[in-house]
Structure formats: structure tokens, C-alpha cells
Design a protein around this ligand. Sequence first.
Ligand code: 13P
Length: 250
Amino acid sequence: MRKPIIAGNWKMNKTAAECRELITALAPKVKDAKCDVVVCVPFTDIALAAELTKGTNIAVGAQNIAWADNGAFTGEISAAMLNEAGATYVIIGHSERRQYFGETDKTVNARLVQALKNGFNPIVCVGEMLAEREGGKTETVCRTQVVGAFEGITAEDAAKVVIAYEPVWAIGTGKTATDEQANETIGYIRSVVKELYGAKIADGMRIQYGGSMNAKNVDGLMAQDQIDGGLIGGASLKPDDFAYIVNAAK
Ligand code: 13P
């Protein structure tokens, strides 16, 4: 049995004051959750979020991690910095990083290696663009991204990774993949993990759905056998909506 994991990706939202408000409202609403609960906050909110979630069942994540230990990498944040600030999870290879900031399968792999080396719980994002789905390339794209991300990673380390399947056309658009589409592609991703690492790792790996997941569609998505939780954007910014999603994941 895989324990579901619901992670909020706040993206570039919430100042420290707003972070305090959101986490203070959220914590009591999710205290009896049956799934793992994570909030992936902007870098500047991590230390505060870690402080505010102390003694709760909410873990704090970052939205990126540098591949190098330190040095001349303007604008990057290192594993040691994230660790010191209190992050235990990290999102890697989000489609917005790939689309707007030149992230590639190679950089995703380098960041994943660094995250694992430093004991983080990585959430690696994969997913196709609309034209790719319409062109029948969904599986090829997901395969390439998974194989690229896991290049050189041992089975022992791979077992610590969560994959988020986020079809790019469903992100922030209000268009969710149907339950069946999401389940089918996640099942396919699991088969790629099986090819790479065998059945035991594949069956144990948690694979989330992401893309306009909300309080209205969570029940249908979570009822699918391949879907182990969600990576939630917009709906994670509202405590009631996010709490509803968390409490629906059992
Ligand atoms: P939305 O839930 O806003 O569509 O965002 C999904 C996402 O990109 C989470 O990483």
C-alpha cells in the first residue's frame, strides 16, 4: 500500500505575512490527515513555514535546489541553505521551470542527484504540452523525462523519489485531465519506472497527479488505483480548499 501524498506548490505566491496567515489557518484543518502533507513555499518563506509547522503533521518543501554545493551561481539556493532553513522536500523540474527558465532533463537530473545526496524528499515533475498530447506523444515525452531525470540514480535512491505527473495543458487552466487520462498516464509512468528499477520499486513509488486539482475533482482522481496524491497549485493557496483535498486523500 502506498501512502498518499498531497503537496501544495505555492509557486511565486505569499509573502511572509501571508504565509503566516495561511499556515496558521491550515494546520488545525489537516491535523487528522491520513496522507503526507507538504507545503512547497517560496524560498523566502521556508524558515518561517518550518517554524510555524513545528509539532504539526505538515512538512515544508522548496520549489527548486541548486546542483552545486556552493559558489558562483547567482540566484540559486543550495542544499545546505534549504536544509538549514527547514525544508525537507523539494520540487524539481516543474514545467514552469522547464518552460520559462531553461530547465532540461540534464539539469533536472543534476538537481535530483544533489537533492538525494543531501537527504531531501524530491518531487520530480514530468508531463506533456498540449500539442504533444494532441500529437499522440504523451508517453514518449513522459518516458524521456523520467529516464532523463533518473539517469545514474541507484534503486535505493530512486525509492525515495515522488513523481508528479502534471500535463502542462492542465496547469492553471481549469482543465483537468479526466480521471482515466490521469490514471492511464500515471500507470504508464509506473511501467517506465518498472523497466528502470523493477516491480518492487515501481509498485512502491508514489506518483501524484497535478493540474487544476481541486476540491471538486479530488475524489474522482483519488479513486483511481494509480494516483497516489496530488501536487496542487492554485487550490493550495486557500486553506479550506487545500484542507478539503488533504482530507479526501486516504
Ligand atoms: P494548478 O493546480 O494551479 O493547476 O497548478 C498545478 C501545478 O503546477 C502544481 O505544481
